[in-house]
Ligand binder design. Structure first.
Ligand code: GDP
Ligand code: MN
Length: 379
């Protein structure tokens, strides 16, 4: 789960990472009140979960209440890369001397945490990596040993942060690492991390991605989940208890077992199609589960064909076939369905479906044939 900037900053604050004082606002009036409270000058910031808000005009400085009002009016309702701004963060403006970049994320191949630090912040880190890779100081942190202040001090020197920023930056980085690890983040990024003209180092922006697999030990995350604008398809699937992930293709996928579902996505890709979703109906693929799966896929307007790929192991194919038949009686399906049924009791399953086959319900003998057919039907 990605956090909004204001939530990221609140999360940072729990670990003692310094930020500017400010508050959220959902209306122009609230924005002016927050600006008054934060003291002028202030910065009015669009809260959307995409980067580059500054360039898009979603971040504006205001010297007084009148200007804060004008910016709040302009930014609320603004569209930034397809995201509508419903909420603002208004904070006391900082006087920036230098902009740095700092982040922690997981280096999966090396099984280590990876810190990235650069004296060239404020621009996208991908840009720095492309044009001036030497300007990024990478630090691998062994999760067992952690990051201590001495290592952080060497790191800020290696990254060539300004001398006067180094002691505060080193302390802040240790806190950011703690936030990343104890706070169960997949990503904790500060861009820019700034040195102010008064010589203070603090986080001007916050990009935090929480590791959803750790949600069970963070009851406080409920608050963040409540502000998530969930994919309506995923919401519907969750309500039906399905293992579903929305994608942006046109071939709806139903498979039993996560491995088979992923292989199905690969095969669809291989034959030139794009999957509309991942959906693993698991072991108990009965009529209820099949109907629920077809309903969710049917509700996705982008779907043009549906590929049902079942390999009967413990699940018996005749039961799945009965499930498909019962589901078809319950749900009016918009798209043609391609079936690939194999494994335990496959013959019995095919006999059950034989009288139902038509140009709207097609059976294919192999996964590859089925994928080709589904992709062709999706156009
Ligand atoms: P992003 O564009 O979505 O990454 O949003 P940021 O929060 O990183 O802000 C973008 C840019 O706006 C920063 O790099 C700063 O240059 C500028 N900015 C943001 N807050 C302040 C502030 O308090 N004072 C000043 N002078 N500039 C700011
Ligand atoms: Mn930023």
């Amino acid at each position: 789960m990605d956090l909004y900037e204001y939530q990221g900053k609140q999360y940072f604050a729990r670990f003692g990472i310094p930020t500017s004082p400010g508050g959220v606002a959902d209306t122009v009036e609230e924005a002016v009140a927050q600006a008054d409270a934060a003291a002028y000058p202030v910065v009015v910031k669009a809260q959307v979960k995409v980067g580059g808000r500054g360039k898009a005009g979603g971040i504006k400085l205001a010297a007084d209440a009148e200007e804060a009002r004008r910016h709040a009016e302009a930014i609320l309702g603004m569209d930034i890369k397809g995201h509508t701004v419903h909420r603002l963060w208004v904070e006391h403006a900082s006087d920036i001397a230098r902009e740095y970049y700092a982040s922690f994320t997981l280096d999966r191949p090396n099984k280590l945490h990876l810190g990235m630090l650069s004296a060239e912040g404020g621009v996208e880190i991908e840009e720095v990596a492309a044009t001036n890779p030497g300007a990024i100081a990478r630090l691998h942190v062994d999760p067992v040993k952690g990051l201590d202040l001495a290592a952080a001090r060497r790191w800020v020197a290696e990254a060539e942060l300004d001398q006067e920023a180094r002691p505060q930056a080193a302390e802040l980085l240790v806190k950011l690492y703690t936030c990343y690890v104890e706070g169960d983040c997949d990503l904790a990024e500060i861009n820019p991390l700034i040195l102010t003209t008064e010589g203070r180092v603090h986080a001007l922006d916050a990009k935090v991605t929480l590791d959803d697999n750790a949600a069970f030990r963070h009851p406080e995350w409920e608050e963040y989940a409540a502000t998530e604008t969930e994919d309506p398809r995923e919401k519907m699937a969750k309500e039906k208890g399905l293992n579903y992930i929305g994608l942006d293709g046109s071939v709806g996928i139903i498979a039993n077992g996560a491995g088979l579902a992923m292989s199905t996505l690969d095969v669809v890709n291989q034959v030139g199609g794009r999957a509309a979703n991942f959906l693993d109906i698991g072991g108990g693929a009965n009529a209820d589960v099949m109907a629920a799966a077809l309903e969710v896929i049917n509700a996705d307007p982008a779907v043009r064909s549906i590929l049902v790929n079942i390999f009967g192991g413990i699940t018996r194919v005749d039961e799945v076939a009965n499930g498909v038949v019962a589901a078809l009686e319950r749900v009016e399906i918009r798209s043609p369905i391609v079936l690939r049924l194999d494994g335990t009791n496959a013959e019995a399953g095919r006999r059950i479906l034989a009288p139902r086959l038509s140009d709207r319900l097609v059976a294919e003998p192999t996964m590859l044939d089925a994928a080709r057919r589904a992709v062709a039907l999706a156009g």
